[in-house]
Design a protein around this ligand. Structure first.
Ligand code: AKG
Length: 278
């Protein structure tokens, strides 16, 4: 299993990430990681571990076909997920794109859409969900299956991380905990012909990854394929200017840690150091 990314990340990749707020990096993970994490996803999807933070979106919305499954903080109770978050190429990719010499794990999150899952991933950006502020936070969304527009490829709006917007957190199962007065994120699916927006989306193979800034607007349609699952793990890292900002209506962190607002959340048990330059 590779620790270092299998391919170089160039200065022009970093520039593209900074300009667009997202980049697709090809072939960064070897087949051993893909096999190990597909098996780990299968094992954990129905594990009902006491620490599992599962959302069954299809079920919650009364859907009768497919399954949109989300699970968060899996690294805390599953060794394969822990290894993936801390010992795979993910944290080095994060550090390189943020030009940091160290990063900590924020959390990991699994997204599975089984064939014929109608539920979309609503347009949103991530930071409003999180008790954090700052630009040095990002997500490495690793494809564990092939992905295309039929089976729920993510779509992004280039440059949206620079709009100065802070949209209301959009939770797929409409959890009332996240109610807030922030502006709703528009449904950008209706804007595909609007030349004011540059939509970005990639066909991907297992082992490719997307990396996005916490304010880049993104979403995905359902999985229309009759046979192809779409599975990914999104691992979030932070460093540099990221600070703790425990606002109301943000995601609950396991253990409900109390920490002074405005400082980097230096809590290694909760947010373990994940990578450091040598
Ligand atoms: O995979 C999905 O459908 C959603 C992923 C996402 O929103 C994220 O990783 O931030």
């Amino acid at each position: 299993m590779n620790r270092k990314p299998l391919n170089d990340i160039s200065d022009s990749d970093i520039k593209q990430f900074e300009d667009d707020g997202v980049i697709c990096l090809r072939g960064m993970f070897d087949q051993d990681w893909i096999d190990r994490m597909n098996a780990a996803v299968n094992r954990t999807m129905d594990a009902h571990h006491p620490d599992a933070r599962q959302r069954e979106v299809t079920k919650a919305l009364g859907g009768d076909k497919g399954r949109f499954h989300i699970n968060s903080f899996v690294w805390r109770w599953d060794d394969d997920f822990r290894a993936f978050a801390l010992e795979s190429p993910c944290p080095e990719i994060a550090a390189r794109l943020m030009k940091l010499d160290k990063v900590s794990l924020f959390y990991d999150q699994v997204f599975v859409k089984e064939p014929e899952t109608a539920e979309r991933t609503d347009w949103h950006h991530d930071l409003p969900f999180w008790p954090l502020r700052g630009g040095n936070i990002l997500s490495v969304w690793v494809a564990l299956t092939s992905v295309n527009s039929d089976n729920s490829a993510l779509e992004y709006i280039a440059g949206s991380h620079k709009w100065g917007k802070f949209y209301k957190a959009a939770i797929p199962d409409n959890d009332p905990h996240f109610k807030s007065d922030f502006e709703e994120c528009p449904d950008f699916s209706k804007e595909r012909r609007n030349s004011d927006y540059r939509f970005l989306s990639w066909e991907m193979q297992a082992g490719d990854c997307l990396v996005h800034h916490p304010l880049t607007v993104h979403g995905a349609e359902g999985n229309f394929s009759p046979s192809r699952r779409r599975a990914a793990i999104s691992v979030r890292y932070m460093g540099g200017d990221a600070v703790w900002d425990p606002r109301p209506a943000t995601m609950r962190i396991p253990g409900d840690p109390q920490y002074p607002a405005g400082q980097f959340p230096n809590m290694p048990d909760v947010f373990p150091p994940a990578w450091q330059a040598r």
